[in-house]
Design a protein around this ligand. Structure first.
Ligand code: 5AD
Ligand code: SF4
Length: 448
């Protein structure tokens, strides 16, 4: 951790048993990376937590009178232009959550002892509700945190950011804290940008967002509607988007894959792992089966679509059987490509505090096994195109003189001999050989 000076003040008042004292310490620990440091007065606190005890009637009543007192601090904080989140934790919260909210409306959130691991999420959501972004002490990690960008823009292709942020709170991930809530740019602004790019010679755009298929534009629908609108732009022949969450893969978007010619047959749809037990612990909101059914529906709409994904090995609690479920899912899907990572503990995320952290050597071994399978699938996917003719959008000169390079609809790099005036144009290429990362082809149909 980088140890940012605590910018936010956390006041915790603990009632009852030793267990509650321990839980209060844990709460302080999980909130520290969000910038919270302990203070011993509720005066000026950004977050006040009452960690309650239900053991006797009298103890419960004490909670309500203390809440009345804290409400006054909350009000004076608001008058001074600040904000204080008021939270009730512990056994009273467990037993009377709804009643507390009803009896004391100043309470912002109620969290039972079983849900402390969700505190970072609840606090982040509470900040968002008041329009404030958390200044979290998460060390940036370009690998996981950056907006997805799979390749450099060339002048023929360009990226257009249409969405940022994430509301999914996967338990391993810092993005919901660092990037904030899901936000979509207005469709008019996106269309204007895409038109300007097309007028400048761009033939292909990739729509970017951390949760790009959660895109929603006021009045004009989701990502499918946006894609249909952009597909009408003169000169813009290819549209891609990344990264998507399975939960937001709606029927309209699936239909678009079957109906919109400009929408390329390639989909990056991370699943993370194949074990339902771990998917639940990851808070992914899908199972292996629901993901597979989704892939089936997408392939029904667009049978040749290339699927790629993200995987994490060594998530806390991962056993050999869980990992084998991941391998089984990969075999079932058949990926055209994928990114795979060893689980990396990020302090402040719920998974960092989970039991069953996996040894580095085991992670290393599983990653190697997973990557060997994914690599074989990638090669098989590439090899499948040998002997076929695909439309290639030429992007730049190749490394060798007289060679040019472009992309197939499936995002594979394709090399062939050709004049540089083909750059910026789409032309058919007969694929003659394939490798790990690219295809080689001939501009004229291959001799028989
Ligand atoms: N450890 C390992 N992989 C992670 N990712 C995000 N956070 C972590 C982490 N803590 C991966 C996920 C995600 C991709 C962008 O980065 O697979 O889909
Ligand atoms: Fe992170 Fe999950 Fe959001 Fe992706 S969907 S950015 S992995 S929280």
């Amino acid at each position: 951790m980088t140890g940012l000076a605590a910018q936010k003040r956390l006041y915790i008042k603990t009632y009852g048993c030793q267990m509650n004292v321990y839980d209060s310490e844990r709460m302080a620990d999980v909130l520290a990376p969000l910038g919270y440091g302990l203070t011993d007065t509720p005066d000026g606190a950004d977050l006040a937590v009452l960690n309650t005890c239900h053991i006797r009637e009298k103890a419960t009543e004490k909670v309500y009178s203390e809440l009345g007192r804290l409400k006054a601090f909350k009000a004076s904080r608001a008058e001074a232009g600040g904000a204080m989140i008021l939270a009730v934790a512990g056994c009273v919260a467990q037993a009377q959550g709804a009643e507390i909210m009803a009896r004391q409306p100043a309470v912002d959130l109620v969290v039972g002892p079983q849900a402390y691991h969700r505190l970072p999420e609840l606090i982040a959501r509470s900040h968002r509700a008041s329009g404030e972004r958390l200044a979290a002490d998460f060390t940036p990690d370009e690998k996981f945190d950056a907006l997805p960008s799979q390749r450099l823009a060339t002048g023929v292709t360009a990226f257009v950011t249409i969405q940022e942020g994430c509301d999914k709170f996967c338990t391993f991930c810092v993005v919901p804290y660092t990037r904030g809530a899901e936000y979509s740019r207005p469709a008019d602004a996106i269309e204007a940008e895409a038109r300007a790019l097309a007028a400048d010679g761009v033939r292909e755009i990739t729509l970017l967002g951390q949760n790009v298929n959660a895109y929603r534009s006021d009045g004009s629908g989701g990502l499918a509607a946006l894609i249909r609108r952009l597909a009408r732009i003169e000169g813009l022949d290819r549209i891609r988007y990344t990264t998507s969450h399975p939960r937001d893969m709606d029927q309209a978007l699936i239909d678009a894959h079957g109906e919109v010619d400009a929408l390329m047959p390639y989909l990056h749809l991370p699943v993370q792992c194949g074990s339902n037990r771990l998917l639940k612990a990851m808070n992914r909101s899908h199972t292996a089966e629901s993901y597979l059914r989704l892939i089936e529906r997408i392939r029904a709409a667009r049978p040749d679509i290339a699927i790629s994904g993200d995987f994490i090995v060594g998530f806390p609690g991962e056993r050999e059987a869980d990992f084998e479920a991941t391998l089984a899912l990969v075999r079932e899907v058949g990926y055209a490509g994928a990114y795979s990572f060893k689980y990396s503990s990020r302090p402040g995320t719920p998974a960092a505090a989970m039991a069953g952290q996996v040894h580095e050597a085991t992670k290393h071994d599983r990653l190697a096994r997973l990557q060997a399978l994914l690599e074989a699938q990638r090669r098989a996917f590439n090899a499948d195109l040998v002997g076929r003719t695909v439309p290639v959008l030429f992007e730049k000169p190749g490394r060798r003189v007289g060679q040019i390079v472009g992309r197939s609809p499936y995002l594979q790099a394709v090399h062939c001999e050709g004049r540089s005036d083909l750059i910026g144009r789409i032309a058919p290429v007969a694929v003659v050989s394939s490798g790990h990362n690219s295809l080689a082809g001939l501009r004229a149909p291959a001799p028989v």
